[in-house]
Ligand binder design. Sequence first.
Ligand code: FNR
Length: 342
Amino acid sequence: MSRAERKRDHIAHAVAGSRKETNGFEDVRFVHTSLPEIAFNDVDISTTIGGLHLSSPIVVNAMTGGGGEETEKINRSLARACQMTGLPMAVGSQMAALKDTKERRTYEVVRETYPEGLLFANLGSEAEPEQAKQAVDMIAADALQIHLNPIQELVMPEGDRDFRGTVERLRAIKESVSVPLIVKEVGFGISHETAGTLASIGVEVIDTGGNGGTNFAAIENVRRDEPLTFFESWGLSTAASVIEARSGANEADIIASGGIRNAEDVGKAVALGANACGMAGRILEAVKSGGVDAAVESINRMHGTLRYLMTAVGAKDLHELQQAPLVVQGSTHHWLSERGLR
Ligand code: FNR
């Protein structure tokens, strides 16, 4: 299967629904206050990650690139929805365009559509520093995402199964690019230990990419003669991963992602220590089913709901929301106590 066909396959399966696990936020509850002492109209949902100011904690996470006209149309719609709501947008992996210049169009269209936007370049951890610089230049990116996806590579029939040298390449990339570096998972979560290693080489932003949303083991297993089904329930829930990453990399900013569905998940992720939240599959579904308008409506609704939640908690900004008292129960509590993190 060609790279372009594989990308189209990912879009189809992601939209068809690959979810298997929960994101863990059902285990997180705010402690109610009857004295919030703030006004709804004073609530501020802006945040910063890697020194970049964002008007909202929602980031549209890396999805498509390469793959021709269909991808170009989706990217244009995603960029337009981000422009209308002021959200940052990450493009999908640009390796295809670094190898074949004809593929550049599907990425460049994002900067063309959203010239004033915060855009994140994206490559896999096999990238060399020179390729990282080229990816940033291609879309005049404001940050660079590098994705770690060992489970996806193991399950993909044509996957790359040599993971040696990743930390050294990340260190070299960090030294060679001038924009903030975001290192992300794609649905299996970042542990305390991985976060600690990333922070030790100076990674400014860690994106959890935990369980609960798009499941690349399920997507790639469809193409295997002998599916590795146990990988479909592998990894950390997004809620657990936010706490793990926060404790492993106290100085880094954390993006919670992986199955973020609504404003309640966003609020809980921030209360667990995240600075922002990434959403991929849900936004893609909205664009595929109802176009730009559906995506804009759903993002605006989430912004409104987040303000209600923050008012109830008595948090006038995200910094105060991070201090909100909450209770972690169920299997997330069990996981965190086994790990000595709560
Ligand atoms: C992705 N994702 C992804 N991530 C990445 O870093 N580079 C990429 O090229 C892609 N490609 C891609 C395509 C499609 C169709 C989807 C749905 C997702 C992963 C994505 O950024 C995110 O980490 C996961 O999808 C988990 O988030 P959600 O989908 O559960 O919100």
